[in-house]
Design a protein around this ligand. Structure first.
Ligand code: ATP
Ligand code: SF4
Ligand code: MG
Length: 400
């Protein structure tokens, strides 16, 4: 089945200017095993001051899609589509021009600061060099900026700490120094790729606090990449869920958390401990693994793991389309059935420890399954998309 129609959605801040417009972005890697279709037709817009969370399991294309817009992929990558920063196309831009955009306009924070920091230079020096690469300032002024930035991200005694080498920092301090480095030129956009993954929970909280500060004090937009929906909950305005190289759900944080319209997102939520839980909720894992991105079979890539899958799912990959909320998109043939108060454990099987609740769950699952089955029947009969989705599931253009 050909790649589905790609719908696009505007930001949660409708008045704000679109500063990044990603359209139908695809990335293929030529490998010995074949062509890896790492990113498949991803489109989104980022508005000034907005925080977009990109969430998905390992290998879903979160990093590759972001590296593509920074021009940071190896030569084996073939990138297509369009990435416009304030109206200027970045794909195919000359290296020197792109270098100017990178760092000064769009900065990136990586998961492991040790790989992006030079171990033989003082932290303050490295931040000062980033400042001097993009601004005509003296060494002294650049050093002062470096110290100021370290202070702003919460490094204690910044004037002295700026003289330390990366290995003299703790993991959390190094990550904050990376944030300071990214913010040194007051970029328009900061891409934070798993900024908290390798850190313990307390330090994670400190990093999120530092990012919150960035959000509050600088006018930068943030793309926050993580495999953890919990991390984006407190910070993001909108969320894009990725699976097998595609965006499979996109919408405001509230829409995604309160009413996911794609089983994969529902499954991600089921695996997430909730602060508002009353103690009886169970964590519901999604079993199985994502598909290989070489020779991806036809149909919905989530089909082998999806409890709601039908024959239609094995045959046709669903397009990412508007639900009944034009700013909430989902890629599922049965997104119209996933309305109301469906909890993840009604759809996904729970662990054996919960076996005593089997009958109750089976009842819940069969209620959802029968809703899907009747939708499937109507879709076969009418050879059209189902129910309410008929009206709502039409490709939309986001507001400019
Ligand atoms: N240089 C490369 N050559 C071939 N395949 C690659 C290359 N880089 C990434 N891939 C593949 O592209 C796909 C997407 O990778 P990506 O790094 O974007 O995943 P991710 O969502 O960021 O995962 P993680 O959460 O583990 O960081 C994966 O299947 C990965 O193996
Ligand atoms: S299209 Fe089918 S397999 Fe894919 S998520 Fe929806 S119900 Fe599941
Ligand atoms: Mg990654």
């Amino acid at each position: 089945m050909a790649a589905p129609v790609v719908a696009r959605v505007g930001g949660a801040k409708p008045g704000a200017q679109v500063i990044l417009d990603v359209e139908d972005l695809s990335v293929d890697f030529d490998t010995e095993d074949g062509v890896v279709k790492a990113v498949r037709g991803v489109s989104y817009q980022l508005r000034a001051g907005e925080v977009l969370g990109i969430v998905g399991e390992s290998g879903s294309g979160k990093s590759v899609s972001s590296m593509a817009l920074m021009g940071l992929l190896p030569r084996t990558a073939t990138v297509s589509g369009s990435v416009r920063y304030r109206g200027t196309e970045l794909l195919g831009m000359a290296r020197q021009e792109l270098n100017h955009v990178r760092g000064a306009k769009i900065a990136m924070i990586f998961q492991d600061p040790m790989t992006s920091m030079n171990p033989v230079h003082r932290v303050g020096h490295q931040i000062a060099e980033v400042v001097r690469a993009h601004e005509d300032v003296t060494r002294h002024q650049a050093w002062d900026r470096a110290v100021e930035m370290l202070d702003r991200v919460g490094i204690p005694n910044a004037p002295e700490r700026a003289r330390c080498y990366p290995h003299e920092y703790s993991g959390g301090m190094r990550q904050r120094a990376m944030i300071a480095m990214a913010m040194a030129n007051d970029p328009d956009i900061v891409i934070a790729d798993e900024p908290t993954t390798a850190l313990d929970v307390t330090v994670q909280a400190q990093i999120l606090e530092a990012l919150e500060k960035v959000k509050a004090e600088f006018s930068s937009s943030i793309i926050l990449i993580t495999h953890d929906l919990g991390v984006v909950a407190g910070m993001a305005d909108r969320v894009m869920v990725m699976y097998a190289g595609r965006a499979v759900e996109m919408g405001s944080v509230d829409a995604i958390y309160d009413g996911p319209r794609m089983p994969y997102t529902l499954g991600l939520l089921g695996a997430l401990p909730r602060l508002d839980a009353d103690g009886n909720e169970r964590l519901v894992p999604i079993t199985g693994a994502p598909p290989s991105l070489v020779n991806l079979p036809p149909g919905c890539p989530f089909q082998p793991r999806c409890p709601l899958a039908t024959d239609l799912c094995a045959d046709q990959e669903p397009a990412l389309l508007a639900t009944d909320d034009s700013n909430h998109l989902a890629a599922c043939h049965y997104s119209a059935s996933l309305t109301g108060e469906i909890s993840p454990d009604e759809v996904f099987e729970v662990t054996s420890a919960d076996a005593t609740l089997g009958a109750e769950l089976a009842a819940g699952a069969s209620a959802v399954a029968s809703a899907v089955a009747s939708s499937a029947a109507s879709s076969v009969a009418e050879a059209e998309p189902i129910g309410a989705a008929e009206q709502a599931n039409s490709p939309v253009e986001g507001p400019e």
